[in-house]
Write a new protein. Structure first.
Lengths: 457, 460
């Protein structure tokens, strides 16, 4: 019964328009809506009450909405970065500042990054200044094939960073998974199956979602997912279980198909094995991450309707599971009908997303290569990751009703030479200052004739 | 002590270098400088340019790498060498194959001053981890060329996607003195000798900061601190002076390398992130009688652009890698532009088998960051960041790095502006030989490793 109370209490809106959202219109700009279409010249974007109300050509700005002239600028939806570690790290190599992985934790699937996002991390501030307004944040697997539960966040300058906690579970099933599981892929698959069965049983016996005692709920995407770990249950468990009670509880929504399972695999054979999981666990809501050899099994991925968060420019056999990697991977998968977003984890920093997307456009002019059109490339870092993340039509796109995440660029946003000049999250203009801009301003010159640089701030 | 070092310095200034390995490219001579004979240049380059045809690139925008730009330019090369660079009026001799570059761009071959291709090749398995001899804090005796695997598929990607024609392979940064670098032509070869850049000077990879003190401190050994880093370095240089001032009869691989540095024949490539440490390292060079040719990574170089200019030290940098380690926390995208503004030497480097495929884009990004803060840098200068400036810092600028008559015909024809994300190499020549052609599926190297495997010969 306490479980039901928790469920009811969790029905809150994560995407409510914030106070302080401004009404504004940008006119005469080159507008790219993020839906895969080509950019529109001399177009207008209107945001009211934190939401987009119009985007395109021949749009009339209502009286009373402040207008800024966007001549010479480009306007896009905010970049949606998936998958990232934003907010979990200050300095990657400084262990105590890095909350991505927990090698010595007794828990794995139960780990929940939503408790630990630092919205003031410089990586969030730097990414915001680069036009990223939303991100999927995932933990890294260290003590098990299960990394734990990721969250969807916004990068807005307000105390509420979490848009959706426990938005997905992340699991390793390729070379990495094999090592974590004890030494082989077979061990990883066995561990996964055992875990899902233990979770299924636990879900049934504790009356959690997926069990026979509960009707299916309608998911709007706005409901805060329940935290099954905290459901009081005295359900007996078998004496030979491997998972802790917390880990088993965390996997209940996965096996019930209520929480997406992000699976990192690269090799074509591993992708097939992932797709085959549905024969045993038909409700799994799968997302494949990595997929360097996805192009070789693109038709099967498309037929399964499983979206992919793929490495864009990986073209070397860094691992044996990536022998067939090519920069044409995403283009070929898209041509086969796969829904593909660019993986932000496969670059030095998430802020390279537009440049990686631009590189895929460049492939269009290379004989035998498969790239993306400009509109598709932008979609692969805006609307498509938003759709995969469960925010289709509401994030990553400029269309009526979508969140007022708007970026105004000083040029073509996929070009390496361009940068944002203004960034809005939910209609609120964002500060773009950070540690880097402070250093830039201080060291604009090296003049210390009056005082040391330390006084220049 | 100070006086003693001065004496040592004075002694080495006149000491003949009996056993120093110079790099004249001809390894057939041997000298009897020690108790037994050994070649003056061991493991000599066997590289020979591949055949090419006299070629005239016409109609393209030409960046010569040295700051020059010619619209509707003409570049002539034959017999492996650049014959002429000029405008549309440059006469094309008979027998030249004309290639229409209208709407396209020509640059010198891209040069990466900081690569680990071959010594950290892909697949990145432990069996291939040959870049750090992390068993002692100073290993000047190791040579990167003895680790380079010529079949690393990364060389082919650097050529086809990055237009890279020359590159310096460095040991890693675990050690204060990591060993000798080797400069290669980016040509597929059965042997590393077949890639070695003829006559290129050797480098000595040094590293300051976090890496050496972490690697050895964690083993309970010195150095475990930055001051330990310096102490070990200084004592090693003092010992090297003693060796260099002697008759050098007894072979000592490490001391031979260090003596080569003191003789000015081996260039110091110093991994260093923090400004304050770079300033100390430059003074260590003065104390010990050597100079740093380039600081690599140098994310804080912008804080000491004046010092770097005065000491004539290049900064080999990424445009904007940030925050991945403590000493990278103050990296900023304006680093290159601020260095340029200070009159210091900028080189864009990769340190990455991926980044090496996009050095041109990285330079463009750095240029744009400068423009946004009011530092306008001409495109033609920026092209020099990944061509001639790299060549200078590698000591090969007399023969490559720019398009000038008599230089090696290392040339990239880009299908668009190389400072744009949308452009890629269309054709790449090395010493006048066409080594990559995007329009010819066969004119693309495939390493032994990739034969018979998924993706063999794919566009990559």
């Amino acid at each position: 019964m306490i479980g039901r109370t928790l469920l009811a209490a969790s029905a809150a809106l994560a995407l409510a328009a914030p106070a302080g959202a401004q009404d504004f219109a940008i006119t005469n700009a080159t507008v790219a809506t993020g839906d895969g279409s080509a950019p529109i010249e001399n177009a207008t974007v209107i945001v009211r009450g934190g939401k987009v109300v119009a985007a395109g050509a021949n749009v009339q700005v209502p009286a009373g909405v402040p207008v800024s002239d966007g001549s010479g600028t480009w306007v896009t939806p905010g970049i949606f970065a998936t998958v990232t570690d934003l907010g979990l790290v200050d300095v990657g190599a400084v262990g105590e500042s890095n909350d991505t992985a927990a090698r010595s934790s007794p828990f794995s699937a139960a780990l929940d990054v939503a408790t630990s996002i630092n919205r003031r991390s410089q990586h969030i501030l730097v990414s915001r200044a680069a036009g990223i307004t939303r991100a999927a944040v995932a933990p890294s697997a260290a003590s098990s094939i299960f990394a734990g539960q990721g969250a969807m966040i916004d990068l807005g300058d307000d105390p509420q960073a979490i848009d959706r906690p426990r938005a997905f579970q992340f699991v390793e099933l390729g070379e990495t998974g094999g090592r974590l599981a004890g030494g082989s892929r077979t061990a990883a698959h066995t561990l996964l199956r055992n875990a899902l069965r233990e979770a299924s049983r636990f879900g049934e016996e504790s009356g959690l979602v997926g069990g026979p005692s509960r009707p299916a709920e309608v998911s709007t995407g706005d409901d805060i997912p329940i935290d099954p770990r905290l459901v009081e249950s005295d359900a007996e468990r078998a004496t030979d279980v491997l998972l802790t009670r917390f880990d088993a509880a965390a996997l209940v929504p996965v096996v019930a198909g209520r929480q997406p399972l992000y699976v990192h695999v690269e090799r074509a054979a591993d992708i097939r094995s992932v797709l085959a999981l549905r024969q045993e666990f038909p409700r799994l809501d799968l997302v494949i991450v990595g997929a360097s050899e996805g192009w070789m099994v693109a038709d099967e991925i498309a037929a399964a309707g499983v979206p992919v968060i793929a490495d864009a420019l990986t073209d070397l056999p860094a691992r044996f599971e990536q022998l067939a990697s090519t920069q044409s991977n995403i283009g070929r998968m898209q041509d086969a009908g796969v829904k593909v977003a660019i993986n932000a984890a496969a670059m030095e920093q998430p802020r390279y997303l537009p440049h990686f997307a631009g590189n895929l456009v460049a492939l269009a002019s290379i004989p035998r290569a498969a790239g993306l059109s400009w509109g598709e490339a932008l979609a692969s870092i805006t609307s498509i990751p938003a759709e995969i993340s469960g925010f289709g039509g509401r994030l990553g796109v400029l269309k009526p009703g979508a969140a007022g995440d708007v970026v105004v660029w000083d040029g073509d946003p996929l070009e390496v030479t361009s940068a944002p000049v203004r960034v809005y999250v939910d209609g609120v203009e964002q500060p773009l200052e950070n540690h880097q801009t402070g250093l830039r301003n201080r060291y604009r010159d090296l003049d210390e004739s009056e005082l040391p640089k330390a006084y220049d701030w | 002590m100070r006086a003693a070092i001065r004496v040592l310095l004075a002694a080495t200034a006149t000491a003949a270098l009996a056993a120093c390995a110079t790099t004249e490219g001809s390894g057939d001579s041997a000298k009897s400088a020690s108790a037994y004979d050994y070649p003056d240049t061991p493991y000599p380059s066997t590289y020979q340019p591949y055949p090419g045809v006299p070629t005239a690139l016409v109609g393209a925008t030409v960046y010569d790498g040295a700051g020059g730009r010619i619209d509707n330019g003409t570049v002539l090369f034959a017999d492996g060498k650049v014959v002429g660079v000029g405008g549309a009026d440059l006469a094309i001799p008979a027998g030249y194959t004309r290639i229409d570059g209208t709407g396209k761009f020509v640059t010198p071959g891209v040069i990466d001053i900081h690569s680990h291709l071959g010594d950290y090749p892909t697949p990145s398995v432990d069996a291939h981890s040959d870049g750090n001899e992390a068993t002692a804090p100073t290993t000047p005796e190791v040579w990167a060329e003895h680790s380079v695997w010529p079949q690393d598929p990364g060389f082919t990607r650097a050529l086809a996607n990055g237009g890279v024609t020359s590159l310096q392979i460095l040991p890693g940064s675990a050690n204060l003195m990591g060993g000798r670098s080797v400069t290669l032509k980016n040509v597929p070869s059965r042997t590393v000798q077949g890639m070695k850049f003829p006559g290129a000077p050797y480098g000595l990879k040094m590293a300051c900061g976090e890496n050496p003190k972490r690697v050895y401190g964690s083993k309970g050994r010195t150095p475990s601190t930055r001051m330990g880093n310096f102490a070990v370095n200084r004592q090693t240089w003092i010992d090297a002076h003693e060796y260099a001032a002697g008759d050098r009869d007894e072979r000592d691989l490490g001391k031979e390398t260090l003596a080569g540095v003191l003789d000015g024949e081996i260039l110091i490539h110093n991994h260093c992130y923090r400004a304050d440490e770079m300033a100390l390292v430059m003074d260590m060079g003065k104390e010990m009688g050597y100079r740093v040719t380039a600081f690599h990574h140098a994310v804080e170089a912008y804080k000491i652009g004046d010092l770097l200019r005065e000491n004539d030290v290049c900064s080999a940098i990424w445009s904007d890698w940030y925050g991945f380690k403590m000493e990278a926390y103050d990296g900023i995208p304006e680093n290159a532009a601020l260095l340029y503004q200070a009159g210091a030497c900028v080189v864009i480097h990769s340190d990455s088998e991926n980044g090496i495929q996009r050095l041109n884009q990285d330079a463009a990004k750095a240029q744009a960051a400068g423009a946004r803060m009011g530092i306008q840098i001409p495109d033609a200068e920026v092209v020099g960041w990944f061509t001639l400036n790299a060549a200078k810092a590698m000591g090969i600028d007399d023969v490559t790095g720019s398009l000038a008559a008599g230089k090696m015909a290392d040339v990239v024809l880009w299908n668009g502006d190389p400072l744009s994300v949308y452009s890629r190499p269309e054709k790449v020549w090395i010493d006048g030989a066409l080594m990559f052609d995007a329009n010819d599926p066969q004119r693309r190297p495939v390493s032994d490793f990739e034969l018979g495997q998924p993706g063999e010969g794919d566009v990559k």
